[in-house]
Design a protein around this ligand. Sequence first.
Ligand code: NAD
Ligand code: ZN
Length: 368
Amino acid sequence: MHDKVDVKLGNRSYSIHIGTDLLKSAGDFILPLLRRKKVAIITDSNIAALHLNDLKQSLVSYDIDISVLTLPPGERTKSWEYIEKTVEWLLAEHIERDDVIIAFGGGVIGDLVGFAASILRRGVRFVQIPTSLLAQVDSSVGGKTGINSLNGKNLIGAFNQPQMVLIDINLLDTLSARDFLAGYGEVMKYGLLGDCDFFEWLEDNALDMAKGNTEKRIYAVKRSCEMKADIVSQDEQEKGQRALLNLGHTFCHALETATGLSDRLLHGEGVGIGCALAFETSMRLGLCPQETPSRVRAHLTKMGMKVSLSDIPGNLPNSEELIKLMKQDKKAVDGKIAFIMAKEIGNAFILPDIDLDIVKNVLNDALI
Ligand SMILES: NC(=O)c1ccc[n+]([C@@H]2O[C@H](COP(=O)([O-])OP(=O)(O)OC[C@H]3O[C@@H](n4cnc5c(N)ncnc54)[C@H](O)[C@@H]3O)[C@@H](O)[C@H]2O)c1
Ligand SMILES: [Zn+2]
């Protein structure tokens, strides 16, 4: 028994399968996609040490021939260097147009492999087996793939939908507490942007989830995937509403660039801080009630997450420098940055232009 969420995109539609122990039946899911019994698996060394054997065993039991490339873990792997290594390796392994590539890992592996699949022989199919909470609720769904540039996060990439997403909730058991909470930043984001009831549920249940409650983890992952699938189905290429998924991300991407994509700040931690800053900015613009930003901050505090800029270790650039980094945002048009603001918890909207002096004040206060 497992849950299924469909991403409806015409001939690019696919299913997200969510359940426990799905890795051990990966072969059942993947075999029907294969035109010959051969797959390439790309993973990172942390995941390889913990879970690769289960995946291999399941595929081998169907006589599927496997090649594995293991990359170093961490955000810096999303780079030209590793995209080149990956694509050259896939070619050396004779992965052909009709084969399937498996992205087995967190958001770093998923983004890198999805992009590699889009440029290899002008496009090879791929499957996402996300292993981190962040990848299960966000990055493996929706087809945004890519790598980082020296100029900023995720600036090089392509839209490329997977053939299938296979989510095994048990994989989260080996995730570090810090990575779990970083992924939780994106879970919380869904409640904040579009579902107040879900946010309330999280206020009551997210601590249990963090402690390991499997039922609650399944519920939260499924609800997050449903929300993402729904938004992506309506606006695959982010011409409009998909931008809501970037709640907190303009702040987050600037902070990630400012901290050199290091482990001073994980992506999902930046999303949590970014959401708090987005609600604070919304309040100062008179868009949302006075008390809403503190409710968001209270939840981050309760979860033991980073809440403000002062929680990031080391020095940060000043507010003007941070705003400069925000202008590198992919969504900037004529140097103007669209911000995702909120009228209330569960009601976010796109503000195409913003008074940057207010953003600067919010940042100055948060830097203290
Ligand atoms: N494409 C999208 O739509 C999208 C959306 C959100 C985030 N992202 C991207 O995702 C990336 C962050 O993803 P992430 O947080 O998964 O990072 P990650 O891939 O670096 O994984 C985090 C850490 O957890 C380890 N790990 C993963 N699964 C594990 C498991 N089951 N057990 C033990 N350790 C495990 C990894 O080795 C790594 O050290 C960022 O690059 C971000 O830009 C993309
Ligand atoms: Zn994100």
